[in-house]
Design a protein around this ligand. Structure first.
Ligand SMILES: Nc1nc2c(ncn2[C@@H]2O[C@H](COP(=O)(O)OP(=O)(O)OP(=O)(O)O)[C@@H](O)[C@H]2O)c(=O)[nH]1
Length: 227
């Protein structure tokens, strides 16, 4: 309890110092894989069966409260169409989280995730972004080849990414997925801020800091407060 309270106070002081913390999340992947639908299910709790291509980029802000600290995710939805790629890639820089999306019913879109990820990583400092690999359209399970998921998990391991399968149509796993994204991004941003602003805590070492924050985030659900 005392330990948790100390971490909480340190985090609040740190958050107070830097003001409201915002993490940048970039969502990439082929056209039609369901990037916009995934974001809309999470931020607006709706689903549209009609396809409307994203032109360039779009973004949503989602507010969270973690260990009593207001925290925002800025979620960038990029266009999958080739002709918009150069516009979209201008927004990759500074991504704390990269979400690489493929369609579980179309293995080709999984093959293309490697390139999407390489393009996004190239614009960011090495090891500065969390990577997620997300298979969409889980509700169409009859059309999902078992091999696709096996390949996806293997690829995620290779890329040190976390793998999730979701359905924007039914909402399955969507809130759970974004809560995980928020918790990891928050933890990362707090570690950075604590390292910067609290010199004395650096003495206990980053490893200890990570376990303390793991403790904090395990004990507190990252819950979206509004859209
Ligand atoms: N059945 C099902 N259909 C989905 C799901 N997610 C998206 N779709 C459909 O897939 C199509 C493409 O979805 P979008 O979200 O527009 O795809 P996108 O990746 O944003 O496409 P671009 O903007 O062109 O890059 C739409 O017709 C959606 O209704 C899902 O979970 N299940």
């Amino acid at each position: 309890e005392h330990f948790h309270a100390q971490v909480r106070t340190a985090c609040q002081q740190s958050a107070g110092t830097v003001g409201l913390k915002i993490s940048k999340v970039v969502v990439v992947g082929d056209l039609y894989v369901g990037k916009t639908s995934l974001i809309n299910r999470f931020c607006k709790d709706n689903f549209n069966r009609d396809y409307k291509a994203t032109i360039g980029v779009d973004f949503e802000i989602e507010r969270f409260e973690i260990v009593g600290i207001p925290y925002n995710l800025q979620i960038w939805d990029t266009a999958g169409q080739e002709k918009f790629k150069c516009i979209a890639s201008a927004y990759y820089r500074g991504a704390e989280v990269i979400i690489t999306v493929f369609d579980l019913t179309d293995i080709q879109t999984l093959d293309h995730t490697k390139q999407w990820l390489e393009d996004a990583l190239r614009e960011n400092e090495p090891d500065s972004s969390f990577i997620f690999l997300v298979g969409t359209k889980k509700d169409l399970s009859d059309a999902v080849c078992e091999r696709t998921e096996i390949d996806a998990i293997r690829f995620a391991n290779e890329m040190q990414a976390e793998y999730w399968s979701v359905s924007a149509k039914t909402g399955e796993n969507v809130n759970e997925f974004f809560s995980r994204v928020a918790a990891l991004a928050f933890e990362q941003s707090m570690i950075k801020e604590l390292e910067k602003t609290m010199g004395h805590m650096a003495q206990i070492g980053t490893g200890n800091l990570i376990s303390m924050l793991n403790f904090a985030s395990c004990n507190t659900q990252a819950s979206p407060s509004c859209c």
